[in-house]
Design a protein. Sequence first.
Length: 216
Amino acid sequence: MSREQKTINVIVVDDHAIVREGVKKLLAETTDIRVRHEAANGNDAIKLCRDEPFDVLVLDISMPDKNGIDVLKQVKKEHPSSIVLMFSMHPEEHYAIRALKAGASGYLNKQCSPKELITAIRQVASGLKYISPSLAQQLANHIDEEHQAEPHTSLSDREYQTLVMIASGKAVSVIAKELSLSVKTISEYRSRLIFKMKLKNNAELTHYAIKNQLIE
């Protein structure tokens, strides 16, 4: 007699309903994975993780209220054993290493194949890490060539967020509100990142972000 297959219960967090529906439809075609809950923003995701049992959190990065990396850190702080798979439109080279360092079990770009998403969920649910072959190569390069890294890779997560948001045209006051921080704190992040990257002003910062494809 075969053992009963354990169902992997998933929470999907993405601010685009069409993405959530697509993931739900895809996973419904499997025999072992089900989307039990979903959220459209970071704060709801954190609440769901507190209130509902789950096996894997599939988490977007760019959301209107709270950055996915911040959600990841909060979830891991409250529930250290939680399994989080980052699922983002951002290229791996922009956020994957940061996400893995923050506690993610894997990172997938939304351009991946449906089969790869299913494989990734199963793999992280089993307790293993999931990285794509291209990310594995990047991690190897990161170890071998860390001293040659681009200036933005030396930034803290908050500094990097501030860089991307300023380059996207957001004012310091808006960034402060979105990140629930003071204007003074955001201004300090801006000063530090400009110093670290040897830039002079927001114009140079924006030019750098566009050149390095840190913003769309």
